[in-house]
Design a binder for this molecule. Sequence first.
Ligand SMILES: [Zn+2]
Length: 313
Amino acid sequence: MMSGFSRLGALGLLTAGALLSATACGGGSGVSEVGATSDGKPEVVAAFYPLQWLTEQVGGSDVQVTGLTAPGVEPHDLELGIQQVTDLQNAALTVYVKGVQPAVDDAVDQEKSFDAATAVTTIPAGEGHEHEHEGEEEHGHDEVGYDPHLWLDPSRMATVAGKLGERLAAADAAHAQAYRDRAAKTAAALTTLDQEFTKGLTTCRSRTMVTAHEAFGYLADRYKLKQVGITLDPETEPSPARLSEVAKLARAEGVTTIFTEALVSPKVAEVLANEVGAKTAVLDPLESKPSGDYVSAMRDNLKTLQTALGCTA
Ligand SMILES: [Zn+2]
């Protein structure tokens, strides 16, 4: 019994000692053990797919990127498990958009985070149908007062790339130039994509896009289209009043295609399409990983829009 007790005592001391030295090391300069991989790379958590893609482009091999939202998961209503909260707390940097995921907004450490919404000019949250989401304050969209879906405008994403490059350069000064170089290259690719959209959507028979949920406000803003979202929140069923309102609008504007998205049931869009004599087509809001990457999925969106809106490039 005596030896058993003393062994436990020794273990206790060892544990306490290990904790103390870990704390001492963690308080060091720059990128410490906390938030770094064993080979010293900063661990960066990206809240959902487009930010993950952007962080991988800008961070390159100098960072270890972890995506917080698993592929196929609708990000808006993400709930964080213990492991995810731990990942967030330990990360050297978290890249997110305030207003997309309330759970992430609550858990991020303000000192070690990059909110992409602070990097660009935001537009107001869908004003079209405020009556739909009264009393739904748990949803992120209306908490911040702006539309958070900024990643659907490639020109704003180019701006975010540059600012993210600066943020990473500040956090990991040893690789500052590499972050800036990759940010410039990424921004250039996004600017090319932006030019393709501008050119491809210049001359169209219709400029109204009816979408499953109101995710494409920035795309509409940038390329002078008009978005009519059936719902604001992908999880909400539209009211009959909202549906007939959208149907009326779709008829008045000669809409030929109702857009659906992969993670939302197409049922409502199909009913609406039937009613107004339109087709449906998938327009990807990129809230989850597409089969290709951000750029190829956006090019697919451009093609879908050109066909649906009758654009001649
Ligand atoms: Zn959304």
